[in-house]
Design a protein around this ligand. Structure first.
Ligand SMILES: Cc1cc2nc3c(=O)[nH]c(=O)nc-3n(C[C@H](O)[C@H](O)[C@H](O)COP(=O)(O)OP(=O)(O)OC[C@H]3O[C@@H](n4cnc5c(N)ncnc54)[C@H](O)[C@@H]3O)c2cc1C
Length: 331
């Protein structure tokens, strides 16, 4: 369908991920400029009730594909269903979250439909001819590339969580739900899910967290990360770590932020006892606000930080946590 903008609706634990609403909010503006409509693509089993929420965030239509083979994500099943939908409906633009799932899914779909894909973008827009434009960090966040697309359709991009603002939902808005016939044979799926092992506990996933409190070698030992956990509890944050802290065995590798860890883009990143090596900055430099606590005023992290505290973190952290607790109690 010419001029239509599609957003892949990512679902985890029965809930739509926030990055989906971020993409719908931006997608709505693009669809209006293009004079087309905005659609969400929702896959899973028993997920139909989530379509309503997608309408509240601006989707005019929801393509709903329900099948037992779509209950849990597999690359083969999801990419097959989405590629067939794209071929049948020919949207102009398709957006995915640059999440763990989206980073796996989007290139597979791009290959199946032979479309261009800009990955891990922090901004999107339209050029004068209505083609997608995208901005993505490169060279470990030292430069930004402006991406334009050729004439092949659709133009596709994966968008980093927390990079785009969310418009308030409009509960009076309803999306038209289009049920999709799913044709999946057992032979189409080459992998099976044996078990899910949760590592992250109750906190939001690092890559989607709005606030991250991160610790490095300056934390001096695993026991001191308790201070960061306490601060994170007050802020509703997730705890991250530098590679030095992970290599020392103080934190799990799934907590590592950086070039060889996770790329994060929270609204607030608090770096405690982290020097700011280029490989660490590669994973967090697109955070909206960066606060650094480091006793060395020459530490490179201060060149990236919006706010810096030059002091001993063992003095600063307890005071900061206490003051934030008081502020929270005051409402
Ligand atoms: C190929 C490659 C990939 C890499 N990938 C990553 C990656 O993904 N993520 C990553 O983080 N690193 C990565 N690294 C490692 C990176 O180069 C740095 O070695 C690492 O980030 C340093 O971690 P750090 O800042 O915790 O430690 P350090 O550089 O040792 O810094 C510790 C900081 O703590 C401060 N400090 C000490 N005590 C206190 C105190 N009491 N109060 C306040 N401040 C204090 C010090 O002043 C210092 O600035 C990679 C390296 C390579 C070569």
């Amino acid at each position: 369908m010419a001029n239509s903008v599609w957003v892949f609706a990512e679902v985890k634990d029965g809930k739509i991920k926030k990055v989906t609403f971020e993409m719908l909010s931006e997608g709505k503006k693009m669809a209006e400029k293009l004079g087309g409509d905005l659609s969400a693509v929702l896959l899973g089993q028993n997920v139909g009730s989530l379509a309503e929420q997608l309408g509240h965030y601006g989707a005019d239509k929801v393509y709903l594909a329900e099948h037992e083979a779509l209950k849990d994500y597999t690359t083969d099943a999801y990419s097959k269903v989405i590629a067939e939908l794209i071929k049948a409906n020919e949207p102009s633009i398709v957006l995915y979250g640059a999440t763990v799932l989206g980073k796996d899914l989007s290139p597979r779909v791009a290959a199946r439909v032979e479309a261009g894909l800009a990955t891990d973008c922090t901004g999107i827009g339209l050029d004068n001819s209505g083609k997608l434009t995208a901005t993505r960090p490169m060279f470990a966040g030292k430069a930004y590339a402006d991406i334009s697309f050729s004439d092949s359709k659709p133009n596709m991009a994966s968008i980093r969580p927390n990079a785009l603002p969310v418009s308030p939902p409009d509960e009076s808005k309803k999306a038209e739900v289009i049920k999709v016939d799913v044709n999946i044979n057992p032979d189409d799926i080459r992998t099976t899910i044996q078990e899910f092992i949760k590592t992250a506990g109750e906190r939001p996933d690092l890559t989607e967290a709005e606030i991250i409190v991160s610790g490095g070698r300056g934390m001096k030992g695993p026991e001191n990360f308790k201070m960061l956990e306490e601060l994170a509890d007050v802020l509703g944050a997730t705890v991250g770590a530098s590679r030095a802290a992970v290599d020392a065995g103080w934190r799990n590798v799934s907590d590592q932020v950086g070039q060889t860890g996770k790329v994060v883009s929270p609204n607030l990143y608090i770096a405690c006892g982290i020097s700011g090596a280029i490989q660490h900055l590669a994973g967090m430099s697109t955070s909206k606000y960066i606060v650094a606590i480091n006793k060395d005023s020459e530490a490179p992290i201060f060149q990236k930080a919006d706010y810096g505290i030059v002091d001993d973190l063992f003095k600063v952290l307890p005071v900061l946590t206490e003051e934030l607790k008081k502020l929270k109690a005051e409402g």
